[in-house]
Design a protein around this ligand. Structure first.
Ligand SMILES: NC(=O)c1ccc[n+]([C@@H]2O[C@H](COP(=O)([O-])OP(=O)(O)OC[C@H]3O[C@@H](n4cnc5c(N)ncnc54)[C@H](O)[C@@H]3O)[C@@H](O)[C@H]2O)c1
Length: 390
């Protein structure tokens, strides 16, 4: 590659530190040269802390910087569309935190504008590039599971007001469990099984207000504007059938995080550690095939310890929320621009995910099946030596 891609970060809140830290590891590919939030003094403090040369008072000032090639959008979901569209209008490639936008229509406009301008749009989550889901991908691709029959993904908790300092946006348009944490699980399924053809769902909201449990706003009440308990059915174009449960209304659960069912075996990504979900990069991959299957009666046949644990040969295996590999999707996108190929954490897959998630909410509201219009190719598997330095 001839030169590094210059990155400008818009949005310098809770998640930004991990991006600054991770991108600094790949300075020969991507170099963060500027950042902006909504106040210059904060942007200057963040820039100084991370050794970033320039700080701007707002997004537009950063977009006017001619040196920036790629805008990394880490603002709140409600601001994603405006910033992504403005960045594309300014001639910049975009990599955005999830969701691509707060609605499918906005997401569609972003992908269409990028197409017209010949620019790249990539989107988080990039956790499907982590060692755990790439191990699953290899097992699916090499036929270990046989034909895929179905899949289940479950992510339930009692909401993000327990850890986030400003949890309001999780209960506003673009938030809720389906659009906030759901993208990790939906993207995991899409990246493994390909596009969905039809979906249906039911949804509800147990609480109209939530009390903030985290500092510094502990005790404050926030309004809930979105559904917070959603169960969905997905019919993949391959014929596989998926079940999805996302909720902020559940005190606890022993469901696994994700399972894939094939004619020759099951893959189970269990919830052994509380942070052990497909919203992180690593974690155990358990396999059950005819070879280690013993009928022991219903409902639970064999203990988890009886499953075969598949060793992970792929990089990026952190199970920590604070120290993880967020940003490898952006680094891959920079390489993809240089190589003229599609990025793995692709805008097209994110658009399909958005159409699916909004489709689920529409199905729940209107009591109908939704046919999906968008399509994408499964992202290429990540080579085992990707970004590994000798
Ligand atoms: N916090 C997490 O654990 C986490 C994890 C993964 C992904 N994310 C995603 O990252 C994104 C940001 O989340 P966060 O937790 O860092 O939120 P946050 O509220 O802590 O920070 C958001 C930042 O965006 C800035 N911002 C908002 N509107 C803006 C605008 N119009 N122009 C410029 N800056 C603007 C805010 O000033 C703030 O600095 C969201 O899309 C979220 O879904 C968050």
């Amino acid at each position: 590659m001839e030169s590094t891609f210059k990155i400008g970060i818009v949005g310098i809140g809770d998640i930004s530190d991990v991006y600054f830290a991770n991108l600094a590891r790949y300075r020969d590919i991507v170099e963060v040269v500027a950042c902006a939030g909504r106040r210059l003094d904060k942007a200057e403090a963040v820039a100084a802390r991370h050794g970033v040369p320039r700080a701007y008072p707002d997004a537009q000032a950063l977009l006017d910087d001619p040196e920036i090639d790629i805008v990394l959008n880490l603002a709140v979901p409600a601001a994603h569309a405006e910033i992504n569209l403005a960045a594309l209008e300014a001639g910049k490639h975009v990599y955005t935190e999830k969701p691509l936008a707060a609605s499918y229509e906005e997401s569609r406009r972003i992908i269409e504008l990028a197409r017209q301008k010949g620019l790249y749009v990539g989107s988080a989550p990039d956790t499907f590039l982590g060692g755990r889901l790439q191990t699953c991908r290899k097992l699916i691709d090499d036929g270990t599971l046989g034909d895929i029959v179905g899949a289940s993904a479950f992510v339930v908790s009692h909401g993000h007001e327990w850890f986030h300092p400003n949890p309001d946006f999780f209960y506003q348009a673009g938030g809720g469990p389906l659009l906030d944490i759901g993208p990790y699980y939906v993207t995991a399924l899409l990246s493994l099984l390909g596009p969905v053809r039809r979906c249906s769902a039911m949804a509800s909201r147990a609480f109209d207000t939530r009390i903030i449990e985290s500092e510094p706003r502990r005790g404050e009440s926030i309004d809930v504007e979105v559904d917070t308990h959603i169960t969905g059915n997905l019919e993949f174009a391959s014929g596989a059938i998926g079940t999805l449960l996302t909720s902020f209304d559940v005190w606890d659960s022993e469901l696994p995080r994700l399972e894939i069912y094939g004619t020759k075996g099951t893959l189970c990504l269990p919830d052994i550690d509380p942070t052990d979900g497909p919203n992180l990069f690593g974690g155990k991959v358990l396999l059950r095939t005819r070879d280690n299957y013993r009928w022991k009666g219903m409902p639970r046949q064999q203990p988890l310890s009886d499953w075969e644990e598949v060793p992970c040969e792929h990089p990026f295996t952190s199970t920590s929320h604070a120290d993880n590999s967020r940003g490898i999707g952006l680094v891959d996108m920079a390489l993809a621009i240089g190589e003229g190929r599609e990025e793995r954490a692709s805008g097209r897959m994110a658009l399909h995910a958005m159409e699916l998630m909004e489709g689920l909410l529409t199905s729940a509201r209107e009591h109908c099946f939704l046919e999906l219009a968008t399509d994408f190719e499964r992202p290429a598997p990540l080579p085992v030596d990707f970004l590994q330095r000798g």
